[in-house]
Design a protein around this ligand. Structure first.
Ligand SMILES: *Cc1c(COP(=O)(O)O)cnc(C)c1O
Length: 433
């Protein structure tokens, strides 16, 4: 399998290099050259396959010669060692719960798979890998927990001081070992600019391999398709699948699975008021915007990084996209109202992100009386207790995995915003080592 650079499609590379670079030096995203069609025997066996078995088969196609099958099997077994749950909510709706991993959000799937790939690649030479990640909250926690203790890899996480929740901050700052948290006196955008600049800079290139773990890395994208095979294998073909979308990686992975032959009837791109993609689907014009804060904050993205990839899955053909993908958006008022209503109506507790997906599915099903569907629940409601509890009038139990983060000791490096500060830090840390 070859990967091409979206900014320069003539240039192709293999799986390993695409993963290790994360993004090309000109900041172009890597995209698989083709989306392989899976054979009928795979789909016949699908209802009986476990998630790691699906990962082994599909992942091996995407990794090609860069990773032996038994390594892929081991990575998937270690990465996906927690349940994926398909839960019936009512006659027409099922929830695909992706929040039973260590950080209680779906980003665990991509982060843990990516960490497994790095563990393998770094065992094959003695160059040190440095994984940089800018986070507004959830991504950093998933990356930190996934890469903890991985030999030969340092993880450096930049987060905006005072702008993440205390639970999220604990997830970033209490692990220690090979995980360093940098607390930036600035915004998430500052953090992102610092990471981008370090990745394109040359200061540390020669000593260490620098890479990014943001959701643009294909090693995070590919495993996010595995659970769609699993869900359709269990729930049956012909379902509508509604995905709560921010950077549009998760729904791009679903679209890739569909293109490979998976029986998803239609995709719903559900967003909060950051509605550039639903607007695009309606009008054909893509107008990136400045992101607006909402209660579904992991989806507060004004210019989704994976949107180009989503378009590529449909060969950049607007007609093809709109015949496969519907878009809906919802404001905080509707999200709140829906969380309370679904709890009373169906006894199902949603977090704000899952609520957006559930609303999107409802909106589609309303006009398609014969259809049934699955919405993706991406975060555990306990992560958003402050929002959820008043809406349902009850307390929400925190899962044990999250409790462990509440106990640790915070350790972080304070840094002023500005690309040169990160460059200097990296030079100090790695130039002489
Ligand atoms: C990141 C995130 C999303 C958005 O996923 P994308 O792949 O960026 O579209 C949705 N819900 C939660 C809880 C998230 O953390």
């Amino acid at each position: 399998m070859k990967y091409y650079n979206l900014k320069d499609p003539q240039v192709t590379t293999g799986f390993r290099e695409a993963v290790e670079r994360g993004i090309s030096p000109d900041m172009g995203l890597f995209m698989p050259e083709r989306i392989p069609r899976l054979d009928d025997s795979f789909f016949r066996r699908l209802p009986l396959l476990t998630l790691p078995e699906i990962g082994m088969e599909v992942g091996s196609i995407y990794a090609g010669k860069d990773m032996p099958h038994d390594v892929m099997r081991q990575i998937c077994e270690e990465a996906f060692n927690f349940p994926v749950v398909v839960r019936q909510v009512d006659e027409r709706k099922q929830a695909l719960e992706l929040f039973h991993g260590p950080t209680a959000a779906f980003k665990d799937f991509g982060a843990r798979f990516m960490a497994g790939c790095f563990r393998y690649f770094s065992s094959r030479d003695d160059k040190r890998r440095v994984v940089l990640v800018a986070t507004s909250g959830d991504t950093g926690g998933a990356i930190a927990s996934s890469f903890l203790g991985v030999e030969g890899v340092d993880v450096i996480i930049l987060y905006p001081s005072g702008k993440v929740s205390s639970l999220q901050e604990n997830q970033l700052t209490t692990l220690g070992q090979n995980i360093t948290a940098i607390e930036v006196e600035g915004s998430f955008d500052d953090c992102q600019a610092m990471v981008k600049s370090a990745l394109s800079g040359s200061v540390t290139r020669t000593r260490v391999k620098l890479t990014s773990a943001n959701s643009i890395n294909i090693a995070r994208l590919i495993p996010q398709s595995f659970y769609y095979y699993y869900a359709i294998g269990r729930a049956g073909n012909g379902k509508v699948v509604s995905v709560p979308s921010g950077n549009f990686g998760n729904i791009t992975a679903a679209a890739m699975a569909r293109r490979s032959g998976l029986g998803i009837d239609r995709l719903v791109a559900a967003t909060n008021i950051n509605r550039v993609v639903p607007d695009y689907l309606e009008t054909g014009f893509y107008a990136p915007a400045v992101s607006v804060a909402t209660i579904a904050n992991a989806m507060d993205v004004g210019n989704p990084g994976n949107f180009d990839r989503l378009r590529r899955v449909f060969d950049n053909d607007y007609g093809r996209i709109t015949s496969s993908v519907s878009g809906y958006w919802f404001d905080d008022f509707r999200i709140r109202e829906h969380i309370g209503r679904e709890y009373r109506r169906a006894g199902y507790l949603l977090d704000p992100h899952g609520a957006v997906a559930s609303l999107g599915l409802d909106a589609y099903l309303k006009h398609h009386p014969g259809s049934t569907g699955i919405f993706v629940a991406t975060a555990h409601p306990a992560k958003f207790r402050d929002i959820v509890e008043p809406l349902i009038g009850q307390t929400v139990k925190i899962p044990d995995s999250l409790m462990t983060f509440l106990a640790g000791m915070k350790q972080s490096v304070m840094m002023k915003a500005g690309p040169q500060n990160l460059e200097e830090y990296l030079a100090d840390r790695y130039q002489n080592g």
